[in-house]
Design a protein around this ligand. Structure first.
Ligand code: GDP
Length: 305
């Protein structure tokens, strides 16, 4: 329900444009496909993914000799579901964490400032906590006092401990203490916030690999998850950030936030397709329950229903 509401703007804008593209047309021809291409690109699906979708539809038109415009919804739905399915092979059902040999399960959260990183960490902690999991947070974004304060605020709100050190201390020292505390206290999950300063890519890379190295002193497999948070409302900017971060570190999952209040929700499709990294969570509002476990069919359904 909140998913439907969260995607409302994207959906409305998309179908308005699609309606205009096929007005007065009965069959899908070159012209309709050109218009459709425009609709997908202006819906932030991304150029490469758009071309892929158009080519697939062209193939179907060529094969079937005829495609009525009234079929376009269904066909688009199938193609988009197919693309999402390729990279989200196993949808999560809820906020449980995977079984690991040695707990805690360690999540390193990356992303530039302002994308909703802290909020996502807070919401995730609340969700895990409510499932009875023991969480420890590490405030390793030691360059922003505000980030540390915000994580602490979430910690108090949710009732989970936050490990922090002074401003400008080495982020890996915070990660070290947080994972250590997680191990000592028998936590199920340790979530580490990191600084996201993209303007110094080499530094970012070094910082993230140092954080990883330090964690691995306790748990060789850590981090089990590198979660990149992207702001969906920035459209193609989110895509550019994904490119930068995937170059700097091995990202294993995506959280795409702020899909409510934007018409750029198509970015979820493009990013999933382009980076071949599963979208694990989407943010469709400010409340804890507005961070949702991404489910490809639910996403497509609320789009095309
Ligand atoms: P950070 O700098 O990346 O840590 O960003 P914050 O977590 O501080 O979030 C920045 C702003 O975005 C805050 O006002 C959040 O409440 C808001 N925000 C985060 N996620 C969402 C979302 O899914 N929807 C909406 N509407 N706002 C969000």
């Amino acid at each position: 329900e909140s998913l439907d509401k969260g995607l409302e703007k994207t959906k409305e804008s998309f179908f308005t444009k699609l309606g205009k593209a096929v007005v007065g047309k009965s069959k899908v021809d070159e012209e309709v496909l050109d218009e459709l291409e425009e609709v997908l690109i202006t819906s932030d699906v991304g150029v490469n993914t758009t071309i892929k979708i158009i080519e697939r539809i062209e193939e179907r038109v060529a094969r079937d000799k005829y495609m009525g415009v009234e079929e376009l919804d269904r066909i688009l739905r199938e193609e988009i579901a197919g693309l999402l399915a390729e990279n989200n092979t196993e949808d999560l059902k809820d906020f449980s964490i995977p079984e690991v040999v040695k707990r805690p399960y360690v999540i390193m959260v990356v992303g530039v400032n302002g994308v909703g990183k802290t909020t996502t960490i807070g919401k995730l902690s609340a969700q895990y906590k409510s499932k009875g999991l023991k969480v420890v947070l590490g405030a390793a974004d030691t360059f922003r006092a505000a980030a540390v304060d915000q994580i602490k605020l979430w910690g108090e709100r949710v009732g989970v401990p936050v490990v922090s050190k002074g401003m400008n201390t080495d982020p890996s020292a915070v990660a070290f203490d947080a994972v250590k505390q997680g191990v000592d206290e028998g936590a199920d999950v340790v979530i580490i916030d990191t600084a996201g300063r993209l303007h110094t890519k080499v530094n970012l890379m070094n910082e993230l690999s140092k954080i990883k190295r330090v964690m691995q002193k306790f748990i060789p497999e850590a981090p089990h998850e590198v979660l990149l948070v992207l702001d969906g409302s920035t459209g193609q900017n989110a895509s550019i950030q994904a490119r930068e971060f995937t170059k700097a570190t091995e990202v294993s999952a995506l959280a795409i936030t702020k899909l409510d209040g934007t018409a750029k929700g198509g970015v979820v499709i493009g990013i999933s397709d382009e980076f071949k990294i599963p979208v694990k969570y989407i943010g469709v509002g400010e409340k804890v329950e507005d961070l949702q476990v991404f489910n490809k069919m639910e996403f497509v359904d609320s789009f095309f229903k």
